[in-house]
Design a binder for this molecule. Structure first.
Ligand code: GUN
Length: 281
């Protein structure tokens, strides 16, 4: 079994991006800029945002961090995002989710213009992905694809099973794999025969948020297993895959932490550089 090292892969991506931002600066006289908006005090979100800003520093991206209080109004958040949308030093805008209750997430995300939507959440970008056209793709599924590519795991003609259909991971993941010519099955909470579906997978992607949902009996011998889960349990952080047992059957497997997680931020930085590049065309 080959352990997929997301930390090392993310480091390699960041090094490539650093060279890219330096080139951008030399050619345009401008710095690539990313605005990050955090509303409220969610501890997990605070850590994610801190790591995103750290990633910017490591890759020569100028970050603009904006912190709003838990009880910020819809109008306050909207006017901040609208200001960033108009700011030419800002090439990408990220509003950290989930937003505190009471805020209209859909309306706030729509205020991010598609060309600055580094999360790939805007309907125009989701539409482009669904059509198999160019656009910004959500960071976590893009990170999974990047891992599969860098480990030279073939996808064309393979059976990929995605467990989970969230807007942030499952849905865009399935579309990305389809665009790579995989045969794709999407499973979810109403799937009648989850075990049987998973057992057919050459490539199995778990993105549900249930600790150790994917057990050894659900995995085909030699399958590639990618764990997108990040579950905080009493015995620490764990993924959606029963790692120790599945490791006996999988050909490739991602650990949690150190698998998909670091790649998500690397892809955010990559999307930001791509948005900056396109803004100059
Ligand atoms: N919260 C959890 N994952 C994400 C993500 O990819 N982007 C944003 N903006 N918020 C998140």
């Amino acid at each position: 079994m080959t352990l997929i090292d997301g930390k090392a892969t993310a480091r390699a991506v960041r090094a490539e991006l650093k060279a890219e931002t330096e080139r951008f600066e030399a050619q345009t006289g401008k710095k690539v800029g990313l605005a990050v908006v955090l509303v409220g005090n969610d501890p997990a979100s605070q850590i994610y945002v801190k790591n995103k800003i750290k990633g910017c520093e490591e890759t020569g991206i100028r970050s603009f961090a904006h912190y709003l209080p838990e009880h910020a109004t819809q109008k306050q958040v909207l006017s901040l995002v609208e200001g960033l949308a108009a700011d030419e030093n800002v090439h990408g805008i990220l509003v950290q989710l989930p937003l505190p209750r009471g805020l209209d997430e859909g309306e706030i995300l729509k205020a991010i213009p598609p060309e600055k939507d580094v999360d790939g959440f805007h309907a125009e970008n989701v539409g482009a992905l669904a059509l198999g056209e160019r656009g910004t793709v959500a960071c976590t599924p893009l990170g999974v694809l990047e891992l599969l590519k860098r480990y030279r795991i073939p996808l064309a003609g393979k059976h990929a099973v995605v467990v989970g259909r969230s807007r942030i991971v499952g849905r865009p993941m399935a579309l990305l794999l389809l665009n790579e010519d995989a045969t794709v099955t999407v499973c979810h909470s109403k799937t009648a025969d989850l075990k049987e579906q998973c057992r057919r997978a050459d490539v199995l992607i778990a993105a549900v948020g249930k600790p150790r949902l994917i057990t050894k009996d659900m995995v085909k011998e030699g399958a590639v297993v990618i764990d997108v889960g990040m579950n905080r349990t009493e015995d620490g952080l764990c993924g959606d895959v029963d790692f120790e047992n599945v490791a006996e059957k999988a050909s490739y497997l991602t650990p949690v932490p150190g698998g998909v997680g670091p790649m998500t931020i690397a892809m955010l930085l990559k999307n930001t550089v791509a948005c900056a590049r396109r803004s100059c065309k």
